[in-house]
Write a protein that binds this ligand. Structure first.
Ligand SMILES: Cc1cc2nc3c(=O)[nH]c(=O)nc-3n(C[C@H](O)[C@H](O)[C@H](O)COP(=O)(O)OP(=O)(O)OC[C@H]3O[C@@H](n4cnc5c(N)ncnc54)[C@H](O)[C@@H]3O)c2cc1C
Length: 599
């Protein structure tokens, strides 16, 4: 009874063009060889792989999960074959650097494809997601020798990468990290310690696994300034590139968890036999900033997991609502029961799901565009402005998208009624799988704090001011539209943007005068930011659809795009003013009421 997955390629391309400015990027020469039909062809092929090879793994992966026996992890049935096909088809190389065999495609295209793969099977796609992050960190910070030895095989997918930060006492706060690195005298290091919750820390998909591990060199300063990054292969690599002896690292156990059962979450032990051989990436004591390269990349990819699950849950809920009959809709004719899709309350749920999904997708694409421009723009000024925009948008994309992933998946269960709670439909799996994304890659609370304390103040608020100016200009364009299908979109967008502007001014001054208040309002502020930007992006899609209709388009997609944007503005964006109050006037109640919690 679980629904199949059909990638929304047309909607993705429409959003790439009209929200993320793909055409402009191509015109600016920032995406060579990527004319629009090439992007479409790549997306179509990725969609095919997602639907045909990955989607069928989702259920079996959930039911069978990864297994741990005799110190080794075995992935769920079908995963090995799918991974082989994945690498052979070249998908792993999509975002990889061209000098190491990658296709060097823009982040925009990579995350659009990533959404489809995660919709199809998040537990599978999480492995490559971390490999992409490892590739990026190594390319940015590794020595030429490390790159030559490891990057080709990571890019081709022959080997996979992992990210080892977390320890039992060091989660959100890595300053207490204990894993040690001792200089071995030959340029390498001996790594000793334990890491927990390591995704794909061990598995049978590739013959080698390349761990990126945070550890402390013996005489390093305390806190986060004394953390270094090391590359620790599962198997050492010989000078000719062949696999050598096993390194001193092992998987101790895997976790039993709420969702993504097929993604092994491993406790890793380094240095049982005197120390695992590790190679420094970047400089000693600069490990955290190197790891941030990987984490920022991974954060946007995790954001797309939120979109991915939301999209899949929405498709499934809609399909169910178009089959299930209960009651009689208000304007039903005859005595037959109506489809639940005809009941206004169910329609509201479906429109909310669809609107939130598209708003989050737009946020992810805007972030990806900023990342691409930060890396590819011609002038240093353009690169630096884009980098600030990417830095500002990344925590919003991560937290907003993963939060709505959970909300939409939960609503998907609701649309199914009792059947949603029964595993057979698959709606429950989406909710279980979605739940991890607001937690890993920095919890959403930490994202909100990052946004408010580090990103808002960038260039004295220039990046946020420029985004708000863009939202205002969208609202202004709406004012000139004479189309009743747009309803109150212009006014509601304007309300949301002004609420964001006022909340931003408040935050910037609270950061100076009352930092505790700024921290208390960080999460509602992030939500308000995502909501206002999401409303503006949906309005841009509606404006483009309106233009298409004026040019003679008759497809139902245009009416849907305008309808969803209007619904979002009139029903969801209206929450912006409430969030503004929570940001600007809610802190005192947090401070006053919190002590009573513990009494
Ligand atoms: C399935 C799974 C896969 C994972 N994969 C990996 C992986 O591959 N590699 C890896 O290194 N780690 C991985 N993790 C670990 C994950 O990144 C951490 O669980 C996460 O960063 C949160 O840390 P924690 O669990 O210690 O929670 P804590 O840090 O204890 O946080 C608990 C709560 O307190 C809040 N909190 C903590 N500090 C603050 C603060 N200063 N201000 C406000 N609120 C705060 C948090 O937001 C959270 O709500 C994985 C975890 C899971 C469950």
């Amino acid at each position: 009874m679980t629904s199949s997955y059909r990638a929304p390629v047309a909607d993705m391309l429409f959003t790439l063009r009209h929200v993320a400015g793909l055409d402009r990027m191509i015109a600016d020469g920032l995406a060579p060889g990527l004319e629009e039909d090439v992007s479409a062809a790549i997306l179509e092929e990725a969609a095919k792989f997602a639907a045909e090879r990955l989607a069928p793994l989702n259920r079996v992966g959930d039911q069978e999960g990864a297994r741990f026996k005799d110190g080794l992890v075995t992935t769920a049935p079908g995963f090995r074959e799918a991974y082989r096909d994945w690498a052979t088809a070249g998908w792993n190389a999509l975002p990889g650097p061209t000098e190491f065999g990658g296709q060097g495609l823009p982040t925009l295209i990579a995350i659009a494809c990533g959404e489809m793969w995660n919709s199809a099977c998040m537990a599978f796609s999480l492995g490559p997601l971390l490999t992409f992050g490892a590739m990026e960190a190594l390319r940015e910070h590794g020595t030429q020798e490390l790159k030559e030895t490891y990057l080709h095989k990571l890019v081709s997918g022959e080997w996979m990468g992992t990210m080892n930060l977390t320890e039992p006492q060091a989660g959100s706060d890595l300053s207490t990290l204990r894993t040690r690195a001792e200089r071995a005298g030959d340029g390498s290091y001996k790594i000793t310690g334990q890491k927990i919750f390591i995704t794909y820390g061990d598995h049978d998909l590739t013959e080698n696994i390349i761990h990126l591990v945070l550890a402390r060199v013996a005489d390093a300063p305390a806190g986060t300034r004394g953390i270094s990054l090391f590359l620790v292969p599962k198997f050492l690599v010989e000078a000719d590139g062949s696999i050598g002896e096993a390194n001193d690292v092992r998987c101790h156990s895997i976790e039993h968890k709420l969702g993504i059962h097929a993604s092994p979450t491993c406790t890793m032990v380094y240095g049982d036999k005197g120390g695992a051989k590790g190679f420094l990436v970047g400089e000693e004591n600069r490990g955290l900033s190197c790891m941030f390269t990987m984490m920022n990349n991974a954060r946007l990819n995790v954001a797309t997991q939120g979109v991915a699950i939301a999209e899949r849950a929405t498709q499934q809920a809609l399909a169910y609502a178009l089959e299930r009959r209960q009651g009689r809709a208000p304007d039903a004719k005859g005595n037959a029961m109506s489809l639940i899709a005809e009941q206004p309350d169910v329609q509201r749920m479906l429109l909310t799901m669809s609107g939130l999904t598209q708003a989050a997708r737009s946020l992810c694409y805007l972030t990806a565009e900023a990342i691409d421009r930060a890396q590819r723009s011609e002038t240093p000024e353009a690169r630096s402005a884009a980098f600030e925009r990417a830095s500002l948008l990344t925590p919003v994309a991560k937290a907003f998208s993963t939060d709505i992933g959970v909300e939409v998946a939960s609503m998907g269960v609701q649309v199914h009624g009792g059947m949603g709670f029964i595993e057979e439909t698959g709606a429950a799996q989406h909710l279980r799988d979605a739940r991890i994304a607001p937690i890993y890659e920095g919890t959403n609370g930490i994202q909100a704090i990052d946004l408010v304390t580090r990103k808002l103040p960038l260039s004295e608020g220039r990046a946020i001011a420029s985004l708000i100016a863009g939202m205002r200009s969208t609202a202004q364009k709406l004012v000139g539209i004479n189309n009743p299908a747009f309803g109150q979109m212009a006014a509601r967008l304007r309300d949301a943007v002004e609420a964001l502007d006022r909340a931003t001014q408040y935050m910037l001054s609270a950061l100076r005068d009352a930092p505790r208040d700024a921290l208390a309002g960080a999460s509602p502020y992030l939500r308000l930011f995502g909501l206002a930007q999401g409303t503006a992006s949906l309005a841009e899609l509606a404006l483009a659809a309106h233009g298409d209709v004026r040019n003679g388009a008759t497809d139902p997609a245009s009416a849907r795009r305008i309808g969803v944007a209007r619904f979002f503005a009139e029903n969801i964006a209206t929450g912006a003013t409430g969030l503004e109050v929570a940001v600007t006037a809610g802190a005192a109640s947090v401070h006053d009421a919190a002590p009573a919690l513990a009494s």
